[in-house]
Write a protein that binds this ligand. Structure first.
Ligand SMILES: NC(=O)c1ccc[n+]([C@@H]2O[C@H](COP(=O)([O-])OP(=O)(O)OC[C@H]3O[C@@H](n4cnc5c(N)ncnc54)[C@H](O)[C@@H]3O)[C@@H](O)[C@H]2O)c1
Length: 273
């Protein structure tokens, strides 16, 4: 198989939430494949540092910008800046999301549907869904000038309901038990709808759009939780943070040139059970 099938040489790829746990790995694989990662996150420091690091290690002209993807004016201004620097945009990875909180304040557990604050709903939807829409609207329209690839990072929980038994804490009454918040399911399912919409919207302009549904990543969770989650995954373990690089590269590169509107589960088989 030819190396060039997976090459992103000189392709400018915008990645949101690039300073996060997985965003860093998505950014790295773009650089490794010869692409030019444009790293967006809430604060400039971490993405500027990451851009320098990628530039040093892979010799690509990466850049990092502070862009709050819930603010359309910031996206528009950034789109103009990216175009001024590179002249084109070839890909977008809608990766940013709020990390769902499952904690309470001792008297009330705010993750539970009965207590879930409207402000948190609004904030989670604003980043995960509205942000992805706004990025598609602006960066996507630029990608449509010559074609390219949009990848929406959904989740295994965009395909199945969270198993709330996983989040139980012993000794708490039923109405205090933490759960995976409703917004996670809604945002991740919504991204699959956005994927199908975008896959058809600019198909005649050579823009493909696919969703990647990663399973949970091992990240210092307590051993009892790890054991419980792993028992629900045919491969018997959570993912390592670099294990989505192959799927992201596949969906961004011409290796997936006829893949459009697909929902790719990379979850160790969790949604197969
Ligand atoms: N980590 C997992 O186990 C897992 C599993 C399945 C899916 N996912 C999905 O993968 C993606 C990345 O997850 P992660 O674990 O790296 O999360 P993370 O919390 O480490 O990273 C998310 C990043 O998004 C940024 N962000 C938040 N709001 C923003 C805004 N308004 N504008 C710009 N950036 C903003 C944050 O600053 C952060 O750097 C998310 O969409 C997540 O839902 C993660």
């Amino acid at each position: 198989m030819s190396e060039s099938l997976f090459s992103l040489k000189d392709k400018v790829i915008v990645i949101t939430g690039a300073a996060g746990l997985l965003g860093r790995h998505h950014s790295e694989v773009v650089a490794r494949a010869g692409g030019v990662p444009v790293l967006l996150d809430l604060y400039a420091g971490p993405v500027e540092e990451l851009a320098k690091d990628l530039e040093r290690r892979y010799g690509v002209a990466a850049s990092g910008f502070a862009v709050d993807i819930t603010r359309e004016a910031e996206i528009e201004a950034n789109c103009t800046a990216v175009l001024a620097r590179y002249g084109h945009i070839d890909g977008l990875v809608n990766n940013a999301a709020n990390n769902p909180k499952v904690e309470g304040d001792g008297s009330k557990n705010f993750s539970r549907l009965e207590n879930f604050p409207l402000q948190v709903w609004d904030a989670d939807v604003a980043v995960g869904l509205t942000g992805a829409f706004l990025c598609a609207k602006h960066y996507g329209a630029v990608i449509a000038r010559q074609g390219g690839s949009i990848v929406n990072i959904s989740s295994d929980l965009g395909l199945i309901a969270p198993d709330q038994r996983l989040y139980r804490k012993s000794g708490l009454p039923e109405d205090q038990q933490p759960v995976k918040p409703v917004t996670y399911s809604v945002v991740k399912s919504g991204l699959i709808g956005l994927t199908r919409y975008l896959a058809t919207y600019w198909a005649d302009r050579g823009v493909r759009c696919n969703a990647l549904c990663p399973g949970g990543v091992e990240n210092n969770q307590d051993p009892a939780f790890l054991k419980e989650v792993s028992s629900r995954i045919p491969m018997g373990r959570m993912a390592q943070p670099d294990e989505y690089q192959g799927s992201v590269l596949f969906l961004l590169s011409s290796a997936s040139s006829y893949v459009n509107g697909a929902v790719l589960a990379a979850d160790g088989g969790r949604t197969t059970w």
